[in-house]
Design a protein around this ligand. Sequence first.
Ligand SMILES: NC(=O)c1ccc[n+]([C@@H]2O[C@H](COP(=O)([O-])OP(=O)(O)OC[C@H]3O[C@@H](n4cnc5c(N)ncnc54)[C@H](OP(=O)(O)O)[C@@H]3O)[C@@H](O)[C@H]2O)c1
Length: 256
Amino acid sequence: MKLTNNTILITGGASGIGLGLAREFRKRDNQVIIANRSKHRLAAAKADGFVTYDVDMADAASVRGLAERVIADFPALNGVIQNAGIMQAESLQAGDSAKIQDETVAINLLGPMRLNNALIPHFLKQKSAFIMTVTSGLAFLPSAMFPTYCATKAAIHSYTQGLRYQMQGTSIEALELAPPYVQTSLTGEHQMTDPGAMPLDAFIAEVMSILTNNPETQEILVERVHALRYAESKGIENYNQQFKALNDYMAAHRTV
Ligand SMILES: NC(=O)c1ccc[n+]([C@@H]2O[C@H](COP(=O)([O-])OP(=O)(O)OC[C@H]3O[C@@H](n4cnc5c(N)ncnc54)[C@H](OP(=O)(O)O)[C@@H]3O)[C@@H](O)[C@H]2O)c1
């Protein structure tokens, strides 16, 4: 993708990875537009100089309305980073995760799909455009503690491949950013300072370096996520061992 002179909508861009990317793209002469749900986060992003829109990515009408408003206000819109997401632990034995499952599928999976449906006709008219989905290393080696979250990220990985194939020969590039565990408040405040998580600044710097040095890249993978991304590449036995090791470790160090 080209790194300058884009008009980019970033969902969930008022915190964590989205905000880190928003600041970096703004530095490189892009118009950056942030869409969030929380009023306090929207106010902080506005105070930081960003154009902001409110949206609830779980709500189909709200998502459609966002696309219509942004296209009307910024006809040059040619990029979206589908970054908004939630990650909540579930106990499947307790049988009480129906609400988490509904919300997670609506926000993490249907949200980006619906927003793409509303943006693709506009993007196809642009000279160059991009759609960047945000998945996770856990799309490739799932954490049992977050079954629905991991399922939505694996689904978005699959969906992004289909999107990329269908957009061949058009103006639209389909990119996937698959982060490792990064210091944000995704699962709660403890994650911001968890020494086991990659510092946010280092993660954003590595992502921008990959995009700068490999403009043709389709999957944006920092070094730290390679073990998860390629977990299956050494065969099923090895994969099963890694799955067990990851999940035994997470169960023993459970913080959420
Ligand atoms: N940090 C990690 O370890 C990690 C690893 C792999 C993948 N990721 C992915 O990276 C993305 C960004 O996460 P993050 O780590 O930066 O955490 P974060 O700071 O919590 O970012 C998530 C953002 O999504 C927004 N959001 C959630 N539900 C929304 C909704 N219904 N409508 C609109 N906005 C909504 C949140 O803001 P509101 O307050 O407005 O809801 C928040 O700004 C997520 O897709 C996540 O799955 C993160």
